[in-house]
Design a protein around this ligand. Structure first.
Ligand SMILES: Nc1c(NC[C@H](O)[C@H](O)[C@H](O)CO)[nH]c(=O)[nH]c1=O
Ligand SMILES: CC(=O)[C@@H](O)COP(=O)(O)O
Length: 142
């Protein structure tokens, strides 16, 4: 299976941990992996839309990012809109998308969720997209 990993490397070290967790799972599944990065979480859904429009032939997508609450309401919009857009793409277009965009209150929470040897949210998102590809294929054959 061919997987596009889309990273919003807004926080460099957090992003790297999310990526390593995701790559471990994808490599274990012998996936063909393509990686791209975007400025922030809000731009991740755009790439999926572009790839699908272009007929790029990805079996699934892993979205990786970290959104940490600041002083204003921008956090709420970045979290809600990126999640909503990914969900709409997945459901409306039958796409396999693993959402590894962590939305947290502070850096401590982000570290705990990004590290592969802790909560490994990047790895979980990769495992999710692998399973959804399998499930979609099974349903298409039934
Ligand atoms: N504050 C965070 C952002 N903000 C940037 C937006 O995602 C977007 O790139 C900008 O509004 C331009 O369209 N992005 C993150 O990934 N994480 C944050 O904590
Ligand atoms: C989650 C964000 O967009 C955040 O970086 C914005 O910070 P602030 O609300 O302090 O401008």
């Amino acid at each position: 299976m061919k997987i596009l990993v889309i990273e919003a490397r807004y926080y460099e070290s957090i992003s790297e941990d999310l990526l390593q967790g995701a790559l471990a799972k994808l490599q274990a599944a012998d996936a063909e992996i393509v990686k791209v990065n975007v400025p922030g979480a809000l731009e991740i859904p755009h790439v999926i839309s572009y790839a699908e429009k272009a007929g790029a032939g990805y079996d699934g997508y892993v979205a990786l990012g970290c959104v940490i609450r600041g002083e204003t309401t921008h956090y709420d919009y970045v979290c809600a809109e990126s999640a909503r857009a990914l969900m709409d793409l997945a459901v409306d277009h039958q796409l396999a998308i693993g959402n590894g965009i962590i939305t947290v209150e502070n850096e401590t929470q982000a570290i705990a969720r990004s590290k592969p040897d802790q909560k490994d949210k990047g790895g979980f998102a990769a495992s999710a997209v692998i399973r959804m590809i399998q499930l979609r294929d099974e349903l298409n054959k039934s």
